[in-house]
Write a protein that binds this ligand. Structure first.
Ligand SMILES: *Cc1c(COP(=O)(O)O)cnc(C)c1O
Length: 461
């Protein structure tokens, strides 16, 4: 049925398990370490921040983890999501490649993030937690968590980076519609926020400061916990529903992928699409090339180092072994806010070291061009983050045109761009810049990498 455009699955096909790729890796990933002792972090260290079931998933080596029925029930509001063949984009490019995209923008929050926000709210509610705290930059994660908390009747308190709070009033409104409390960060409500404000009352904030505020409040009481929208193993695990559905849908098209492309901020939508396909590849059932796309202004995989570093700017979190530009690195203000993170998921970083996937970096102008091309052919306005994946998918399709190879390309269209139209306006007005990233800025941030207390076999020297 190669002429078909969409494969929709019946809601009974919503996956019943998440796939944990750790079970199939030839070498286990290095553990997170306590900054004070350089010893591996234990469950007790994480218990003030996360509920026990998520901590268990974080360290699990089980291959498949059952999705609770209550979570599947909420997933069914928008899952299974469609897999669409981009016939119109293919024709416009004149490529023999067949391009497929898995569209996650039809979720209530407009991105893939509810795939993890819902189980996180569920496991917290089951443990009797009454309130979740989190940070949000561009607002995608805050929106998803606010929606998920409303499903389970728990409170949601969000620290939103001041610059976005002022520039993206509609994201802020959406979180409040779902019932969340939203503070501009830095806020006068926490010790960390007050100390920043004392020095700089007009601070625009940063993701690092917002994380510090949310973590500080989560640590303050037995019924409050913290939630993170990317980077950690349990978050990537929850996103594998994307790839599991895509395997079934691509098979219904009668196709096997040659190239799989996704954008990477902390790595969750990319992992969610790619991990189930990598399982099939490890088992010898298919052999796709898997490729991550990151912004040139924040290139943790292509120009960062693989080392233990803090997950946040303030140095509150455990040390994570990951591809990093240094926790002090402040990326230029590109519009793909979800890709402006100094590090990369430790699990993906480990797999990158094992050679399990490739990475490329793109400037934002090429990505917005790809976003326009996609909108004008396929009709969906992509968020600036997946526009990075589309830019590489288009580049690959054009290489297929050169070589005459009819490859099957698969990408994740992980969110729509309806809240990013002012960025598209700026691109259309010719006002967007590409930021070349000089090596000395990376070197300066890397000079601040933490020094391990007792460099053991897994340590950095
Ligand atoms: C948050 C976000 C990203 C970046 O996060 P990942 O964990 O790398 O997926 C990318 N795209 C969209 C639409 C997002 O909301």
């Amino acid at each position: 049925m190669t002429g078909a455009t969409r494969v929709l699955l019946d809601e009974s096909r919503t996956p019943r398990t998440w796939y944990n790729i750790v079970a199939d890796l030839p070498v286990p990933p290095p553990p997170p370490l306590r900054p004070d002792t350089s010893q591996p972090v234990g469950p007790d260290d994480l218990a003030p921040l996360f509920p026990m079931e998520l901590i268990a998933q974080e360290v699990s080596t089980e291959r498949f983890i059952a999705i609770p029925e209550s979570v599947r029930d909420v997933y069914r509001l928008w899952r299974p999501t469609p897999l669409i063949r981009a016939h119109r984009l293919e024709r416009a490019l004149g490529t023999p490649a067949r391009i497929y995209y898995k569209y996650e923008g039809g979720s209530p929050a407009g991105s893939h993030k509810p795939n993890t926000a819902v189980p996180q709210a569920y496991y917290n509610a089951r443990q009797g937690i009454r309130r979740l705290t989190t940070e949000t930059g561009a607002g995608q994660w805050g929106t998803a968590l606010a929606f998920a908390c409303a499903q389970y009747g728990i409170e949601c308190e969000i620290w939103m980076v001041r610059a976005s709070y002022d520039q993206k009033p509609h994201r802020r409104s959406l979180m409040r519609v779902y019932g969340a409390t939203v503070h501009a960060s830095p806020s006068p409500l926490t010790v960390s926020g007050r100390s920043v404000l004392a020095e700089r009352p007009d601070s625009p904030g940063s993701l690092g400061i917002a994380i510090s505020e949310a973590v500080e409040v989560a640590g303050s009481g037995p019924e409050v916990r913290y939630a993170l929208g990317s980077v950690l193993n349990h978050v990537l695990l929850h996103q594998t529903v994307i790839g599991e559905e895509a395997i079934e849908q691509l098979a219904a098209f009668g196709e096997v992928p040659d190239v799989i492309v996704g954008c990477t901020g902390g790595g969750s939508n990319f992992a969610g699409l790619a991990f189930p396909f990598l399982r099939e590849k490890l088992a010898g059932r298919m052999d796709p090339v898997v490729r991550a796309v990151e912004p040139e202004s924040c290139p943790s995989l292509t120009r960062g180092v693989y080392a233990y570093d803090f997950g946040d700017a303030a140095g509150f979190t455990p040390l994570l072994k990951m591809h990093t530009l240094g926790h002090a690195f402040v990326p230029d203000p590109i519009h793909a806010g979800g890709l402006r993170y100094h590090g990369m998921s430790p699990l993906l970083s480990h797999m990158y070291e094992l050679g399990m996937f490739e990475a490329v970096a793109k400037g934002q102008r090429e990505c917005f061009e790809a976003g326009l091309r996609f909108a004008r052919t396929e009709g969906i306005v992509p968020a600036p983050e997946p526009a990075h994946a589309l830019a590489e998918t288009i580049a690959e399709a054009l290489r297929c045109k050169e070589s005459g190879e009819p490859k099957v390309l698969l990408t994740a269209l992980c969110g729509h761009g309806h809240f990013d139209l002012s960025a598209y306006d700026r691109h259309l007005a010719g006002e967007l810049e590409d930021y070349a990233l000089p090596q000395d800025r990376i070197d300066a941030a890397l000079a601040g990498l933490p020094v391990l207390e007792s460099p053991g076999s897994s340590g950095q020297s």
